[in-house]
Ligand binder design. Sequence first.
Ligand SMILES: Nc1ncnc2c1ncn2[C@@H]1O[C@H](COP(=O)(O)OP(=O)(O)O)[C@@H](O)[C@H]1O
Ligand SMILES: [Mg+2]
Length: 168
Amino acid sequence: MVVWKAVSTSVEMTEALGEAMGRVSVSGDILTLDGDLGAGKTAFTRGFSRGMGLRSRVTSPTFTIVNEYSDKDGVPKLFHFDTYRLGNSDDFYDAGLDEYFSRGGVCVIEWGKVIEDALPSDRIRMEIAGNGDEREITFSIAERDLARMKTVREEMEKGGMRFEDIGV
Ligand SMILES: Nc1ncnc2c1ncn2[C@@H]1O[C@H](COP(=O)(O)OP(=O)(O)O)[C@@H](O)[C@H]1O
Ligand SMILES: [Mg+2]
């Protein structure tokens, strides 16, 4: 596991990061986003869906728990969760939501820590913290995802986003 920190200085930068990650995402990816209300998890996902080439505008799945986004042929590609309203992973299983992990799309999960026990360890983890316009984003990246995440980092660094290596 490799850990990076990056600083986003605007909502646009967080969306651009999402867009870059959406571009390199592959079917079956699971990405968890943790951080307080207003951290920018939904903003990130809005960019992510654009990066995947999806057209619908992402809205918060706060009340629906999960929103599906399909490509122009109607094939579901992105499952966007907000598990804030679930108590724990039992609620997640009881609602049959774990089935989404095998549906062949990308799962982006806001408040992943709520359902920690139900999540595969093979995933990209992001934590977002901060206030004002500045956000510190911590990435935990497994070896198998490192090459494509380096592409994202290089692209974002060219755009002025600062990254720091925290450790392995
Ligand atoms: N650097 C930043 N990255 C993301 N959002 C930011 C940033 N700076 C300010 N914001 C604001 O913070 C809010 C993030 O909201 P949202 O994405 O809905 O958060 P969450 O889904 O984590 O609750 C938006 O109003 C956005 O404009
Ligand atoms: Mg949100």
